[in-house]
Design a protein around this ligand. Sequence first.
Ligand SMILES: Cc1ncc(COP(=O)(O)O)c(C=O)c1O
Length: 400
Amino acid sequence: MTASLAIDGGQPVRDSFLVFGKPCLGEEEEREVLDTLRSGWIGTGPKALRFEQMFAEYVGCKHALAVNSATAALHLSLLAAGIKPGDEVITSPLTFAATANVAIHAGARPVFADIDPATLNIAPENIERAITGRTRAIIVVHFGGLPCQMAEIMEIARQHNLTLVEDAAHAVGARYNGRLIGNLGNLACFSFYANKNLTTAEGGMVTTDDDAMAERIAVYRLHGLSRHAWQRYASRRLMLSDAIYPGYKYNMPDLLASLGIHQLRRVEDGLLTRERYARVYDEAFAEIPGVRLQPRPGDGLNRHGLHLYVLVLDLAHFRVSRNQIIDSLLAENIGAALHYRALHMHPYYRDTFGYEPEDFPAAASVGESILSLPLTPCISEQDAADVIEAVRKVLAGYRR
Ligand SMILES: Cc1ncc(COP(=O)(O)O)c(C=O)c1O
């Protein structure tokens, strides 16, 4: 007999709610924030600079430019690449709205290319099919932290002379062919939002080896001024700053960079812990009929960033929708979440571009059957055991 589900009035698997993506912050972050508060300089300055230098060194790229979100990083990357009205930008339909929204902010048209349903990443052959005479850029998304097929995609970009932007919001610490995501020679955009593997509460970073694009991003991110406030202050001389572009307010303040400096030091340890819990989850879920896991390369050269641990459900095995399954997990006090419904099925994209669900069938289907489970380095073994118990209980309760 299966236990009565909490959503139906039964006893939940745990008494307290297990939050999805709880940030792991320590005393070092607290001390650094306090130091910044007391320093008299909380805006963009020496700590943002230090965080950038550390990040560039970590991924092994020439330039790292801190901004206030991955959305800003993506937007500036497109502008730095010269994307303009009338251009087309190819991206994955299985992503957060920001990935495609930024193409629209640059005046371009986002064009979707369907995912490979096994990896959940954009499929190179679908990118090729989506290229037209107006295509200028590709934004790939390393879904959940699993690197895309970069060799194939970089070759497509080279052949068609397209700028390749990586949405690496999930991919800090992830590796492709022995290299950390962020140093493949393109523009890579990271997110430091509250639930990300490295958080500054809100924040982002662009990494690139391209001097000219880095220079443009540095200017565009702060009003388009030729010198920013810290440069002027630190010089102790009157320094005029010229407006050389109608720029944006996308800079990262030192108060937030204070978190990033220490969060970056925790990335590797955090990833090792995520990997440990992910193996526990794998073992528990691999045998459940109707549940599919995202592949995780284990060859040392390639590494999943494990921002998300997702289950893809074969709904033929269950009596209810994915949404009801998430609701039921929430009732069991497990912070399950949804990343993502396919973008072409959202009202704006559907109505503006006339998309039908079957235009990108893999993303449409995965988007209705995927869910994410809590996985951060600061969950306990008991938390992970509760997640497993709740998934087993809920899926058994709804099995056909
Ligand atoms: C794939 C992806 N791209 C971009 C973003 C935007 O990140 P941010 O909130 O830092 O702007 C997110 C946020 O979750 C994301 O998941």
